[in-house]
Design a protein around this ligand. Structure first.
Ligand code: PEP
Length: 295
């Protein structure tokens, strides 16, 4: 590809090695990413066009965007996004197609042109009223491996319940680390394939957002663990979204946190303000999304 005029000028000014250094630094920058989790909404498929229009109204030039429709609506949304946003179903199995009643296989998604999937949401880990943990981190690592084998990228949600938060930051980090360990052991923490979504359970759907200080402290601690346990390059490049009552009002302040690389949004993703959350993080991180790298 011929260099742009600006690149030619830059090259003359600082020489080829300088350009390469700049390019390496640019690649190391984390492109923000925002997802909308529609959970088990909307009630009627007739409401989908408005929700899809919401996603299509997002400016994706400075931020990657994905949407997680309910399983019944995935096929009705896939193919309707016009701005580079993509569909990421809310779950997948770890075995593929076959006699697995009620399950969704990445093989089926792949045949529909889907290549991203969300796993580990606390509402699937049994945090919302189920008597037992429905999905363990070990199971989720197995799902992630199977998704990778099918060429998928994965959004992996982690986060602590309120009693753990009340014990303080060390307990919070220990809890998140336990959720990450099976992924580390199976060498799944590849920043080109996975996005982490830190979602404190006490803030999901409650209107109680983590303060920027709490979010930054937790994200930074997760990144420090990645640096120590997996490697500095992985830590520098891993995108960590914040999730938990994020909305257009609190997004600018949370986006200003250096270790917050975007949001996983539930309730507000069903509203017109979703696009403002995307704009807020794109503005705060202030870079254009590389065109060659799609979600
Ligand atoms: C979520 O579902 O992941 C979520 C963060 O929900 P909410 O934004 O409604 O808290």
């Amino acid at each position: 590809m011929a260099p742009l005029a600006s690149e030619r000028m830059l090259s003359r000014t600082i020489g080829r090695v300088g350009v390469l250094r700049l390019a390496t630094r640019a690649l190391a920058t984390r492109v923000p990413i925002v997802g909308g989790n529609w959970k088990c909404n909307p009630k009627s498929a007739a409401e989908l066009p408005e929700l899809i229009a919401n996603i299509n109204s997002c400016d994706t030039s400075g931020c990657e965007v994905y949407v997680c429709p309910s399983p019944l609506h995935v096929a009705l949304v896939q193919g309707k996004l016009t701005n580079g946003a993509v569909v990421a179903p809310q779950n997948c199995n770890f075995t593929g197609c076959g006699a697995y009643t009620g399950e969704m296989a990445v093989e089926q998604m792949k045949s529909m042109g889907i290549s991203w999937v969300l796993i580990g949401h606390s509402e699937r880990r049994g945090e919302f009223g189920l008597p037992t943990p429905a999905e363990s981190s070990a199971l989720l690592a197995t799902k992630c491996k199977h998704a990778y084998e099918n060429g998928f990228k994965v959004i992996y949600a982690i986060g602590e319940p309120l009693p753990v938060r009340e014990k303080g930051i060390s307990a919070v980090v220990a809890h998140c680390v336990e959720q990450l360990k099976p992924f580390k052991e199976m060498t799944l923490l590849d920043p080109d394939k996975i996005v982490l979504a830190y979602e404190p359970v006490w803030s999901i759907g409650t209107g109680v957002t983590a303060s920027p200080k709490q979010a930054q402290e937790t994200h930074a601690a997760i990144r420090a663990w990645l640096a120590k346990e997996v490697g500095k390059d992985t830590a520098d490049r891993m995108r960590i979204q914040y999730g938990g009552s994020a909305n257009a009002k609190n997004a600018p302040e949370l986006s200003a946190c250096p270790d917050v690389d975007g949001f996983l949004v539930g309730g507000a993703s069903l509203k017109a303000e979703f696009k403002d959350i995307v704009s807020a993080v794109a503005k705060a991180k202030g870079q254009k999304r590389p065109m060659s790298k799609g979600v």
